[in-house]
Structure formats: structure tokens, C-alpha cells
Write a protein that binds this ligand. Sequence first.
Ligand code: GSH
Ligand code: FES
Length: 122
Amino acid sequence: MTTTTAEDQIRDTVAKNDVVLFMKGTKAMPQCGFSSRVAGVLNFMGVEYADVNVLADAEIRQGIKDFSDWPTIPQLYVKGEFVGGCDIVTEMTLSGELDQLFEAKGVTYDKAAADKIREANA
Ligand SMILES: N[C@@H](CCC(=O)N[C@@H](CS)C(=O)NCC(=O)O)C(=O)O
Ligand code: FES
């Protein structure tokens, strides 16, 4: 008999999707401002990503914190690597580091949209 743990599910999800956002709510209907901000950036930048609603599963909600050793939600993963939460993703968007990461990892995104976010926050 095999059992699927939250950790197995998390590993599988980040292995199968280039970009994954563990968040509260969904990309279409975020349930917290921090999750909403990161989903909003990814949506605006036209990034294809899987959204995992931690509010739907208490074991995933805890499991993702153990997986990354990071205490909060949202959590962004690119090509299996933990990138950060809301503060880090916001800073990386404004500094252009997120663009660099997507380019280095071969993730398609709309550079003009990223520039617009930076112009609006300059
Ligand atoms: N400073 C954090 C803000 C995120 C945050 O504080 N999240 C809290 C409230 S949504 C959280 O996940 N708490 C643990 C939990 O709700 O399981 C970031 O940059 O992502
Ligand atoms: S759910 Fe209250 S701050 Fe995120």
C-alpha cells in the first residue's frame, strides 16, 4: 500500500509545473492581500502558473512551510526552486531580478507589462 503525503504532493506539483504559487484562495479569487499581490503580478505579466489554494488543505498549508523552511504564504516556486513570498517577489519585480530569473529559467513573460509595473512604482 502506498500513501501520498502532503510533501509528496508538493514535490510532484513543483516538479510538474515550471511556475507554482502556493497562495490563499485562487489566482482568480485570492483570499488575502499578500497572495493577491503576487498573483496580480504574475497575471499582469502573463505568466503561466499553477495556483495551489492552501486554504483548501491544512496539510498542504503546513507542508509548504516545512518544505521551504519559510513560515508564510504566499510562496512562489520557479523550476522547482523557492523564490520567496510577497515582499521578495515585489522587490524582485521592481528591481528587474524577477525578469532575469524568468529569462534564466526560460519562463515566458510579458516584459512590457513588467516595465509598466516598474514605471507605475517609480
Ligand atoms: N511578509 C510576508 C507576508 C505574508 C504573510 O505574512 N502571510 C501570513 C498571513 S496570510 C501567513 O501566511 N501566516 C501563516 C498562515 O496563515 O498559515 C511575505 O512577504 O510574503
Ligand atoms: S489571511 Fe490575513 S493577512 Fe493573509
